[in-house]
Design a protein. Structure first.
Length: 538
């Protein structure tokens, strides 16, 4: 079975054993040679046939002691590299040869027959890091773990607890404070001061329309009328026995808490009434170092913002380690925003499809870079299609993973145009984010069956991914999967027994119900893992 087909290069490795410097093509006519590596019965992979490099002429080739495999004859992406343990020099009119079977690489610790380690290219190591974190989170993430057996008490009040130490403001003089910038981690948006000394978390833009859900907070400090905020979180480390968060909220929204990767409870705590600052106080049996995550969400025209923190006297706050924090950029439409007409998803800060998918994968920072009513070609009439949204993602970078989930709004367009636009968008993303894996999801059907039009749109999206032919980009079917993720023509309130859409499609017969968002998050987490595994398959 062919494992890798590419081009063998000669060169040297740096002192770390990973950075490869290739011989120059100007020294005696050097050029890479085609190589095919196949798997053998002992689990090693080896070259199926002999290789011969060109005669060195008129001078010696510089010495080399490393091989690398690239995906093209010149330039291209480095796939593998390893030390061959012995330095080689090719004299004039001589050539370097590699006999069939002479290359032998062993996995899972990639090892050559010289006893040296084979290093994956940097882009491949990024995928391996993603999978390592995702595999650790499989069935072992906050959503799938039990809630805390001895949780802190959570009290919500209209007034602060005056016995605590002085409040620590998060915004002062229209700027983020040192605490906000250096002692807290922020996920799901960019922390931005409001004119009322709160922290908002804008993430997506509706430009050219000025219809973001933060439009009521427009100021001169970074909030413009096109910006929207969806689900977001902040984390901090503290040794406090009591910690209180002052949050602008109403009783239609909930705040959820995690402590050291476990939910305090899965119900969450709602605000007390009309929008106002409420005080969410966590009281532990004793003080010790803990990582606390506060999950919040913003509804359309109902903003949730954090303004200050208080602890018991002498307690400290510091920023959690970001070593294993992954950042997911999720480009999509109203599905990616977490919208449904019944309003069952927006108020719950872990319920949106992208947010829960990220949590199941061990991803703590999910950016919902999604704009309702848009797609690869659909612009919602007053908004913009994906190609115009992508440049506005830059302030949220760097990313570890990109996910696209468009197609539902593109059904009026010719499939050939969809394929061409998908290809353009992927090329634009790759130019902006050269080594970031991309997973492209198929089209959502709503309660359409899925019908022939949905299937055709999904096939057009898949064709765009195929044309892109990028080793770090994969297509994940949705409506053409076996079985399709959503099937049937019924929906909540108008069930007909034709498929799972009875349960998973909202009363608006388009969007996910609360149960549907959860169901598709589990399907998506599996699809993303499979896609990434395909990117490093040897």
């Amino acid at each position: 079975m062919t494992v890798i087909s590419g081009y063998l290069a000669l060169g040297t490795l740096d002192s770390t054993g990973t950075a490869f410097t290739e011989l120059s093509a100007v020294v005696g006519g050097y050029a890479r040679q085609a190589v095919t590596l196949v798997s053998g019965p002992d689990g090693a992979i080896s070259n199926i046939s002999a290789l011969q490099f060109a005669n060195s002429s008129p001078n010696d080739w510089p010495s080399f002691r490393a091989y690398a495999v690239f995906d093209s004859l010149t330039g291209g992406a480095q796939i593998l590299v390893w030390d061959v343990a012995v330095s080689h020099t090719v004299r004039p009119a001589r050539r370097h040869s590699v006999a069939a079977g002479k290359i032998q690489l062993k996995f899972p610790r990639a090892e050559s027959n010289h006893g040296t380690e084979v290093f994956a290219a940097p882009r491949r190591r990024k995928v391996e890091r993603l999978l390592s974190i995702m595999d650790s989170a499989r069935d072992n993430n906050p959503y799938q773990r039990s809630a805390m057996s001895t949780p802190p008490t959570v009290a919500v009040g209209a007034a602060t607890d005056g016995s605590l130490a002085a409040a620590i403001p998060l915004v002062s003089a229209n700027a983020l404070t040192t605490t906000t910038l250096t002692k807290m981690a922020w996920y799901g948006g960019i922390p931005t001061p409001t004119s009322t000394s709160h922290v908002a978390m804008p993430v997506a833009s509706t430009l050219p329309a000025l219809t973001g859900n933060l439009a009521t907070l427009v100021n001169a400090f970074g909030i413009t009328a096109d910006l929207s905020s969806f689900a977001y979180a902040t984390e901090l480390m503290t040794d406090a026995s009591v910690i209180e968060f002052a949050i602008w909220i109403n009783n239609a929204r909930k705040v959820m808490f995690q402590v050291d990767g476990q939910y305090v409870d899965f119900a969450g705590s709602a605000g007390l009434g009309s929008s106002a600052v409420n005080y969410f106080k966590l009281t532990f049996a004793s003080g010790k170092a803990r990582r606390i995550r506060v999950l919040m969400s913003t509804l359309p025209n109902a903003v949730t913002t954090l303004t200050s923190i208080r602890t018991n006297a002498l307690a400290s706050i510091w920023k959690p380690s970001q070593k294993d924090v992954l950042r997911l950029a999720w480009g999509g439409d109203s599905y990616g925003e977490g919208f449904n007409t019944s309003g069952t998803i927006f108020p719950v800060p872990n319920a949106a499809w992208p947010i829960l998918t990220a949590e199941l994968l061990g991803i703590r920072d999910c950016r919902q870079l999604s704009v309702a009513s848009t797609g690869y070609l659909a612009d919602g009439g007053t908004r913009s299609k994906l190609r115009d949204q992508i440049p506005r993602w830059a302030p949220h970078a760097p990313f570890d993973l990109l996910v696209l989930s468009h197609g539902f709004n593109d059904q009026a367009f010719a499939t050939s145009a969809i394929t061409a636009e998908v290809l353009y968008d992927l090329q634009l993303l790759r130019a902006s984010y050269p080594d970031v894996p991309i997973v492209v999801l198929g089209a959502q059907p709503g309660n359409r069956g899925p019908n022939a039009t949905t299937l055709a749109v999904e096939a057009a999206i898949a064709a765009g991914v195929t044309s892109f032919a990028d080793p770090l980009c994969a297509f994940a079917p949705v409506s053409t999967d076996t079985p399709p993720w959503i099937s049937g023509t019924g929906y909540n309130g108008a069930t007909n027994g034709s498929g799972n859409s009875d349960l998973y499609i909202d009363t608006d017969n388009v969007h996910q119900s609360l149960a549907g968002a959860e169901f598709e998050a589990f399907r998506t987490a599996t699809a993303i893992r499979n896609a990434l595994n395909g990117m490093i398959a040897l």
